[in-house]
Design a protein around this ligand. Structure first.
Ligand code: ADP
Ligand code: MG
Length: 249
């Protein structure tokens, strides 16, 4: 199949595909003209669907890796992160975990990977752990948990942000465990947390539940530890410092 034929097929222009050669009578210029137009239309539609996927993912703020300052995270393996951004981990049904204190860029990195996944055509959703569990508990009360789980299962990538900020009761833990088991070895997950794995017992009602969850998440996962001080505070300090300098004569 020629490039033009592939473009027309992607645009579902079956009648044009069937007739353009007859009408163009092998005129290279006419065919080139049609191919230019078709590729413009394909590009525009692809862009539109990427935008739609990014909107559907509900990132708190859309961020990309271009604005991530790797020099602030010197221990972070930059090449490995760039490799994750090519999204092979989604095809391989692997997980990614970002671990570290507040303000070090966990949400930024998780978002950047999520946006990269959207541009590659994957279905993505971003939720905080608290929002996810609140939604699930509400759906459970309204006997709609099954439908919600099906929707979650359809996502190629689920990003669960901020696990560990609030402790979970037994019901919430069971729900989280269900989400994670459903995805296990079938679909990918990105998780950000302020807790080191041994500390997960503090979020879950018992050590057994904590290790069951941790086990399934980290079995096929790339785990990145971020450390250092909050980027938010660092940039705040340096901008107020430069503000002072600006005022002094
Ligand atoms: P966390 O999720 O770890 O608490 P965030 O990703 O929300 O941290 O980062 C806090 C703020 O600082 C965000 O605005 C984020 O874009 C920015 N930030 C953090 N680390 C970096 C970095 N290394 N380069 C650029 N911006 C960063
Ligand atoms: Mg965060």
């Amino acid at each position: 199949m020629t490039i033009l034929q592939e473009l027309l097929k992607e645009l579902r222009l079956a009648a044009i595909l069937a007739n353009y050669q007859r009408i163009a009578k092998n005129d290279v210029e006419k065919i080139g003209y049609l191919q230019d137009l078709a590729s413009i239309e394909v590009a525009r539609r692809r862009e539109g669907s990427v935008r739609a996927r990014i909107a559907a993912a509900r990132f708190p703020v859309v961020k990309t890796i271009d604005t991530f300052d790797f020099s602030a995270q010197s221990d972070l393996p930059k090449l490995k992160i760039l490799e994750i951004l090519d999204c092979q981990f989604i095809a391989d049904r692997r997980n990614v975990v970002f671990l570290g204190p507040p303000g070090v860029g966990k949400t930024h990195l998780a978002t950047a990977i999520g946006v990269a996944a959207c541009t590659r055509g994957y279905r993505v959703a971003f939720m905080t752990a608290a929002d996810l569990l609140m939604t699930l508990m509400a759906e459970k009360r309204e006997h709609r948990l099954k439908q919600r789980m099906k929707l979650l299962d359809r996502l190629d990538l689920l990003i669960i942000d901020e696990l560990g900020y609030i402790p979970f009761d037994r019901e919430a833990t069971d729900l989280l465990f269900q989400v994670i088991s459903h995805r296990y070895e079938l679909r990918s997950l990105i998780l950000t947390t302020n807790l080191d794995f041994p500390e997960w017992t503090s979020v879950f009602p018992d050590a057994g539940a904590a290790s069951a969850v941790v086990d399934r998440i980290v079995h096929h996962a790339s785990v990145f530890e971020l450390n250092g001080s909050s980027y938010r505070l660092a940039t705040k300090k340096s901008s107020s410092a430069s503000g002072k300098r600006a005022k002094s004569p």
